[in-house]
Design a protein around this ligand. Structure first.
Ligand SMILES: N[C@@H](CCC(=O)N[C@@H](CS)C(=O)NCC(=O)O)C(=O)O
Length: 206
């Protein structure tokens, strides 16, 4: 069994997949594209990802893209406690996966894009007005997380893929001075998840 990941260690979506691979103790090969332009080649669009993105998983010919789908596949295949099978626990997990995708990811990915990737990829300087707007939206989301995390170390109560999918964007945001503010529950959660060896390995190798 050979797992190949087409991705880049600085890419947020790749980082969440690689964190899960480390958690599961699975060996993998990382095939890093030379540049983002190569993701738009006719061959790449045909053979790897029709939207021209990373990451892509290929395991002995079985191929899927979309980081969240890849993660679900990996934990389900390994029967990992990072995704419970009990229907009620699974329902809660899915709830938090949906919360991340619907409410957390839009402002945080836009904020990180504005402050990190826009200058990094030569698309210009961060727009200060946009940064203020996006920071406010991100803050509003974390105000809700503060309530969701009352009395809990992890989102579902137990460490899971719901926590892991938050790591990359929150990490990048904090790197560019996003302040978790006066939110003790969010801060406790962030400490719990960001100090895991799997994530430390991702950020030190990236
Ligand atoms: N929803 C997708 C998003 C994939 C995505 O946007 N990947 C970024 C890197 S994190 C990418 O490929 N960017 C290159 C581009 O947009 O050209 C996932 O979770 O895998």
């Amino acid at each position: 069994m050979t797992i190949k990941i087409t991705g880049a260690l600085k890419s947020t979506c790749t980082q969440r997949v690689v964190t899960v691979l480390h958690e599961l103790g699975l060996e993998f090969e990382l095939d890093q594209p030379t540049n983002f332009a190569s993701l738009k080649s006719p061959e790449y669009l045909r053979d790897k990802h029709p939207f021209g993105r990373i990451p892509v998983l290929n395991e002995d010919g079985y191929q899927i893209f979309e980081s969240r789908a890849i993660i679900r596949y990996l934990v389900s295949k390994q029967k990992s406690s990072l995704a419970p099978t009990d229907p009620q626990k699974l329902g809660i997990l899915e709830q938090f996966l949906s919360i991340e995708y619907s409410y957390f990811n839009p402002p945080f990915s836009s904020l990180v894009d504005e402050k990190v990737f826009k200058p990094l990829f030569g698309r210009g300087d961060p727009d200060p007005v946009k940064v203020v707007e996006l920071t406010k939206k991100a803050d509003d989301v974390l105000d809700v997380y503060e309530k969701l995390l009352v009395g809990k170390d992890y989102l579902t109560g137990e460490y899971s893929i719901a926590d892991i999918i938050h790591l990359p964007y929150l990490h990048y945001a904090i790197q560019v001075d996003y302040d978790l503010g006066d939110r003790p529950n969010v801060k406790r959660w962030w400490k719990n998840i960001s100090e895991k060896p799997s994530w430390k390995k991702v950020i030190t190798q990236g």
